[in-house]
Design a protein around this ligand. Structure first.
Ligand code: DQA
Length: 142
């Protein structure tokens, strides 16, 4: 069975109460529940991981080598700053998709730059929880 790692970065633990006009009302737990249900339908295995720490995210990606077939990552604010997360994805060479709940391109200019997108096979931005679900569907099909 295909194994897919789902990583959520800083402040995404606050979903549901954090700027709901931008990020919606679903909590991270709601999103992970939807992902688990979808994974069952698609017959893939998932592991969900959230951290506010850049180092922990880097460690999680490093340890994914030989364990996971794909990564779905919302690096949150680290999208726009982290060479370390980009290098970790590049180093493990696991097919990855970058997901954003909001449309980062309709927001502040500093959110338009992603250090992570160039080492991913694609990026989904602005589709809310559906971005994660679509990425899961994509990986279940390849
Ligand atoms: C985000 C967009 C980022 O710019 C922001 O820092 C986040 C969430 C999103 O999912 O829309 O924390 O990744």
């Amino acid at each position: 069975m295909k194994k897919i790692l789902i990583i959520n970065g800083p402040n995404l633990n606050l979903l549901g109460t954090r700027e709901p006009e931008i990020y919606g009302k679903l909590t991270l737990n709601d999103i992970e529940t939807q992902l688990k249900n979808k994974a069952e339908q698609l017959r893939v295995e998932i592991e969900c991981f959230q951290s506010n720490s850049e180092g922990e995210i880097v460690d999680k990606i490093s340890s994914a080598r030989n364990k996971f077939d794909a990564i779905i990552i919302n690096p949150a604010a680290y999208t726009h700053t982290s060479v370390a997360i980009r290098d970790a994805i590049s180093a493990v060479a696991i097919a990855s998709i970058e997901v954003h709940i909001s449309n980062v391109y309709s927001r502040e200019e500093f959110r338009h730059k992603s250090f992570i997108a160039p080492v991913c096979i694609g990026q989904i931005s602005g589709l809310g929880v559906n971005g994660y679900l679509l990425a899961l569907e994509y990986f279940s099909n390849i």
